[in-house]
Design a protein around this ligand. Structure first.
Ligand SMILES: Nc1ncnc2c1ncn2[C@@H]1O[C@H](COP(=O)(O)OP(=O)(O)O)[C@@H](O)[C@H]1O
Ligand SMILES: [Mg+2]
Length: 396
């Protein structure tokens, strides 16, 4: 069928034609944001889940919803190599400049901008990547200690006060939170905790890989009580069907029951895979309805596309030993696996593989669902490892 009208949208952070199965979560966040605007006690929310389950598109949807309701928002994505203060500073500045146009909030927003100036100057020594335009002179003693935990707390407080004066709330949307270093994560948790105690209208909606849960607990032991940590998983059978049928029907096209069943089965309901299968099945079909035959003919192209887009980008960043480690895991199946079993596959000692395992965790490839267990952060990654490193001589 006409590829021009193909509704599916595979791609990291690409909004789907139908955001299926996430209404409840969007509602939870809407309620949290409205509560915080009213100064009522509210937990920050961290969505954790594997790659490709739709965390990024959810954050974007929630942000659109919040802005539509007159909420101030800040949106950042933590890359592997930048500091949290460097990410937040320019975004907080933009938010405060917007708030300073509000008559009631003007003074507090300007004070927050002074806090930001002090913050940036004092922390520049430690976090050299901070680059932010300064609109006001710092106020001596305001967020300028040079200690992140203290200064971020003071900055967030000043920012929260400005939002309060404007009768709104400020929501920090932070993606890929697992890449934030532990001391910086600790500072963020403390700052949010303090703001919550003072009932300031500022809250975090974050997303990250499953290891984030443990990282939060290690950063601050009380973190788990302070945050709601919903798990984002694959779509239920019913929601996966909706994700496929609605976009197709919106184009006046039908899809047969066994075609649907086949796609849901092969994708296990993972959103990224649903988009990729849907896209290729559409392209393979000559006319409506899309049939099981179309799905079967699309399957090679789908797997090839997933290998190139979804799996390959992560694989290419690995050292030879890291690749072998993942291949050994794949040899054992989808996982999770015991460290001892993986080491045995590699004919090595568990301890000698510790550094490799830690690097793979830091790169966001694997995580530890329980002590001593290791699992892939990418669904169906074991099958990909078999495709890219086939046969038996991968050990050598
Ligand atoms: N609820 C959903 N229903 C259908 N497709 C979705 C849904 N959520 C995400 N997708 C699709 O899945 C893919 C991955 O989404 P993304 O937000 O990048 O995942 P993550 O950030 O968890 O890795 C995108 O192509 C997106 O369009
Ligand atoms: Mg993402």
């Amino acid at each position: 069928m006409d590829p021009v009208r193909n509704p599916f949208a595979p791609g990291a952070g690409t909004p789907p034609p139908e955001l299926a199965g996430r209404d409840e979560l969007c509602e939870t966040v809407r309620v949290a944001v409205e509560r915080v605007r009213l100064g009522l006690p509210t937990k920050s929310i961290l969505m954790v889940g594997l790659r490709g389950v739709g965390k990024t598109v959810l954050l974007d949807r929630m942000r659109d919803d919040a802005e539509g309701a007159g909420i101030q928002t800040v949106r950042v994505e933590a890359p592997e190599s930048r500091s949290l203060p460097a990410l937040l500073a320019p975004q907080l500045r933009q938010a405060m400049l917007r708030l300073s146009r509000n008559e009631r909030a003007k003074e507090s927003a300007q004070r927050a901008l002074r806090a930001l100036a002090g913050f940036a100057k004092a922390l520049k020594v430690k976090y050299q990547d901070i680059e932010v335009g300064l609109d006001f002179e710092p106020e001596p003693g305001l967020a300028d200690n040079g200690d992140l935990e203290h200064d971020l707390q003071a900055l967030i407080e000043a920012v929260g006060q400005a939002a309060q004066k404007a009768g709104t709330a400020l929501v920090l949307f932070v993606d890929e939170l697992q890449y934030v270093e532990e001391d910086q994560l600790a500072a963020l948790i403390t700052a949010l905790h303090r703001a919550a105690q003072r009932r300031l209208p500022i809250v975090l909606v974050g997303a990250g890989l499953p290891q984030l849960r443990g990282q939060m607990g290690r950063a601050k032991s009380y973190a788990e009580r302070l945050f709601d940590i919903p798990e984002i998983g694959p779509l239920s059978n019913a929601d996966a069907r909706i994700a496929l049928t609605k976009p197709v029907q919106a184009q006046g096209v039908e899809i047969t029951e066994d075609a649907l069943r086949s796609i849901v089965k092969q994708t296990h309901g993972y959103p990224y895979f649903l988009q990729e299968w849907g896209k290729h099945a559409w392209d393979a079909a000559a006319a409506s309805p899309i049939t099981i035959g179309d799905v079967q003919r699309a399957s090679l192209a789908t797997v090839a596309a997933l290998d190139e887009s979804f799996f390959r980008v992560r694989f290419d960043r690995l050292t030879p030993l890291e690749k072998k480690y993942l291949r050994a895991m794949a040899e054992l199946g989808p996982g999770p696996h015991r460290s001892g079993d993986i080491a045995e596959q590699l004919e090595r000692k568990v301890t000698s593989l510790g550094p490799t395992r830690n690097k793979l965790i830091a790169k966001g490839m694997i995580y530890s669902p329980n002590p001593g267990d290791t699992a892939f952060t990418v669904p169906l990654f074991d099958e990909f490892m078999h495709r890219i490193m086939p046969g038996h001589d991968w050990k050598h």
